[in-house]
Design a protein around this ligand. Sequence first.
Ligand SMILES: *Cc1c(COP(=O)(O)O)cnc(C)c1O
Length: 400
Amino acid sequence: MPQLNENYLNIKQSYLFSEVARKTAAYQEANPDKPVIRLGIGDVTKPLASKVIDALHEGVDMLAHAETFKGYGPEQGYADTRASIADYYKRNGVDVDPDAIFISDGAKSDTGNITDIFGHDNTILIPDPVYPVYVDTNIMCGNYNIVYIDGNAENGFLPMPNFEQHADIIYLCSPNNPTGAAYNKEQLEIWVDYALKNDAVILFDSAYEAFISDPELPRSIYAIEGAKKCAIEFCSLSKTAGFTGTRCGYTVVPKELVFTASNGTEMSLNAMWNRRQSTKFNGTSYIVQHGAKVVFTEEGIAACSENIEYYKKNAKYIADTMTKLGINFYGGINSPYIWFECPNGMEAWECFDYLLENIQVVGTPGAGFGENGKNYFRLTAFGTYENTVEAMARFEKLFS
Ligand SMILES: *Cc1c(COP(=O)(O)O)cnc(C)c1O
């Protein structure tokens, strides 16, 4: 009998989305005449921009001819797609070396796989609440030295470092899933300063950077001086371009990230990640990378931003309703998420039942994202405008 990775025994079971689906289905079955509106969706709903569809078709056609056929590509991604991403960074005011960019099938894989290049005795800071992948992937490989950093009403769900507490690895997600809160430049400067003082690495998830329109909020950790010496950045086309089903992401591992091993050898994280990817990954499909290359052109970004603007209009509608009703909330401006405090002191699951039974609006209980979410609730902007308006009309009736 094989010895198993018993760390899996220690991963918390997440009943979040299955429980939401179960309760919603049971309610619908019992009340078939009451239409339910789903604002819990954590996935995009609008089709890909036609420019991107054209590029994907073109990619397929290239595979049909011997002269343009592609087999295995470079594990790091095609040079022109990486150059297109570097160009996008540049237009946003950040210089990134194309050799530091690794193209993948998404940010979930990369944020999860990055544990491969670190040891198991690190002190790891992880925000609470946050995207559950960071905690679960560390537990899976036996990294138990996790220190949760609290997001709460006092810090606007933007935890800051405690300089008395040492850390080796720091996960940050901004704009945050689930809270929608985004760090400003001064706050990220403090995090970079903290990381440099601790010789730590920041793992910065910027999956929602395309939702940032406030020029005061950095869209990349590399907008902060010194960040290339202490940060890896993960990003994705999922929310930027609607690639949740198409699958493409990218990770930036600057060559400046060099640390000394216990035997005195200098180890480059860029070289290690390259080795890791070349060993365990054979690259993202040529077709998808051909589409991705077009996403990051000026015209591509303009086309994709039409969908983002549509979602942001929904987000603003929800945020404005919360303001009108005097409900405390976070996000909703530079993010597709609205994270509100459950009214009347309700707990998250109690709030879920209350909304389902009284106004047939389904969202996501904050308790599923960490301890600090136990009195909060997440709504998303990924529904249709019409449904969003109708859901908010129901909120107004219930809470005013
Ligand atoms: C959606 C999301 C991602 C993107 O994951 P993909 O695998 O690229 O689809 C990454 N991080 C967070 C926090 C997300 O919410």
